[in-house]
Write a protein that binds this ligand. Structure first.
Ligand SMILES: [Zn+2]
Length: 71
């Protein structure tokens, strides 16, 4: 363990994790900045709650079988 506990001067790009460039901080390039912007855009565009693309809820619930034997 010889790693210094010093903070890195250059923060990694949140998109691709490469060294960020001053001109596009905190991103490494305009491309990554655009990607991040697009993510935000998409995020606010989608309706909250419908983010989960889980369409496996249409399966029958286990346990409660159809005991439709009314006496
Ligand atoms: Zn990047």
């Amino acid at each position: 363990m010889s790693e210094p506990a010093r903070e890195p001067k250059v923060r990694p790009c949140p998109i691709c994790k490469s060294a960020a460039v001053d001109a596009y901080r905190p991103f490494c390039s305009k491309r990554c900045a655009d990607i991040d912007l697009g993510k935000w855009f998409k995020d606010s565009y989608t309706i909250p709650g419908s983010e989960n693309g889980d369409d496996s809820e249409g399966l029958a619930k286990p346990g409660q079988n159809d005991d439709g034997e009314a006496h």
